[in-house]
Ligand binder design. Structure first.
Ligand SMILES: [Zn+2]
Length: 186
């Protein structure tokens, strides 16, 4: 492979690796976890409200007037039937989360093995490039095309290097440090 081909492959690999790493960092369970957190919070709030209402009603007329007590009873009557449904939802989402775990683990393992393969190939590509080219690539994270015999900094590339570029070699501009190849889309 020419240096140009190696560099083009390196760019491709880095894009793939970045994409896979992003997917690997994403939490595939967060939708379940968010729903579960919301349901748990609702459950806690309603449970606390029920405990309070029951305590107030038990305290009775010694602490509250009849209207207030009646309202509290109505409120409890309204609250009570909501709890079993809420509990059922909680159990359901907990179950869904547990069921999703193996699939998520599988997804992450697959991504990890693909990342490993790409990183291995990347190391091979880097190993075939001269260190000054690797250094320039690491520093700039970009490769440019020579255009009208010039670098992006407008420096005219010497004939000798133009011929090397046409032969598939890469060149590091000695004025601006850009990494040049003949053609980015051969
Ligand atoms: Zn330059």
């Amino acid at each position: 492979m020419t240096q140009q081909q190696l560099l083009l492959r390196l760019i491709e690999l880095d894009a793939q690796i970045a994409r896979l790493e992003e997917q690997h960092q994403r939490n595939g369970l967060s939708a379940f976890e968010d729903r579960l957190a919301r349901l748990r919070q609702e459950w806690d709030v309603k449970l606390a409200a029920r405990t309070q209402l029951e305590a107030d009603i038990e305290a009775g007329e010694a602490h509250f007037d009849q209207d207030t007590l009646l309202n509290k009873m109505l409120e409890l009557d309204e609250l009570q039937p909501q709890l079993p449904g809420l509990q059922a939802s909680l159990v359901e989402v907990e179950q869904e989360l547990e069921e999703a775990r193996p699939e998520e683990a599988e997804r992450l393992a697959l991504l990890a093995s693909r990342l490993e393969a790409f990183n291995r190939e990347r190391a091979e590509v880097v190993g075939q490039l001269p260190s000054e080219i690797n250094l320039a690539y690491t520093k700039n994270r970009r490769v440019d095309e020579v255009k009208q015999s010039r670098c992006r900094c407008r420096l005219e590339v010497p004939d000798h290097y133009l011929r090397q570029l046409r032969a598939g070699h890469a060149w590091v501009c000695n004025a601006c440090g850009s990494l040049l190849v003949q053609n980015l889309n051969p």
